[in-house]
Design a protein around this ligand. Structure first.
Ligand SMILES: [Zn+2]
Length: 206
């Protein structure tokens, strides 16, 4: 019987040389822990409306969608410039995260911050399969330029403030691991999912 054309055996039988061919794999485009770009201080962006800056914003928005993350900073896609995206949305890691349109922040600066801080779990697209307990200000007030080059000032609270501070750290060459105060506060994501996520549902982490 002639094999089904859609089956792998059809190709193996009639085109054995195809076995050594693999489709090109999507390039890993998020810089991973150990890449020096993650340790460099990012450069200010002089003209937020410049075409390359718009292209960088589009790349960050595309990457965050692909990665299903809640935030990303330009150094994570190997571009050492002061731009970050906050894109909070509920997902399996953060079931109660607020849903918002992604915001692009160019040259962000923290102008005020809460006097109190909150410890909660974080992960990072550049540090796969790890979670760590990190202290962050409960709120921050931030000035930045938007993609149209307009100055903006905005206050972020709770989970969104945490995202902002995590991404801002990337612009300073810092990683959340630097803020984990003891090694006991680190877990693999699998352990974290089974031990922390289901019972806790803590409000700022989801
Ligand atoms: Zn990160």
């Amino acid at each position: 019987m002639f094999p089904d054309r859609s089956s792998a055996s059809f190709f193996q039988t009639w085109f054995p040389w195809l076995q050594s061919w693999h489709p090109p794999q999507a390039k890993v485009s998020v810089a991973q822990l150990g890449d020096p770009i993650l340790r460099q201080k990012a450069q200010p962006i002089e003209d937020p409306t410049a075409p390359w800056v718009q292209a960088l914003a589009d790349d960050l928005l595309a990457q965050i969608q692909t990665s299903k993350g809640v935030g990303i900073a330009a150094p994570q896609i190997s571009q050492g410039y002061r731009m970050l995206v906050i894109a909070s949305h509920p997902n399996d890691r953060y079931p109660t995260a607020p849903l918002m349109e992604p915001i692009v922040l160019i040259n962000p600066v923290i102008v005020h911050q809460a006097s109190s801080s909150v410890k909660d779990w974080e992960g990072c697209l550049s540090v796969p399969h790890m979670r760590g307990l990190v202290d962050r200000y409960q709120w921050v007030e931030v000035s930045y330029h938007d993609r149209q080059g307009q100055p903006q000032q905005q206050r972020f609270e709770d989970f969104v403030a945490r995202i902002f501070q995590h991404e801002y750290d990337h612009l300073e060459g810092k990683i959340f691991l630097d803020r984990v105060t003891q090694v006991d506060d680190l877990m693999t994501e699998a352990e974290w999912r089974s031990r922390v996520l289901p019972p806790a549902h803590h409000p700022s982490n989801g």
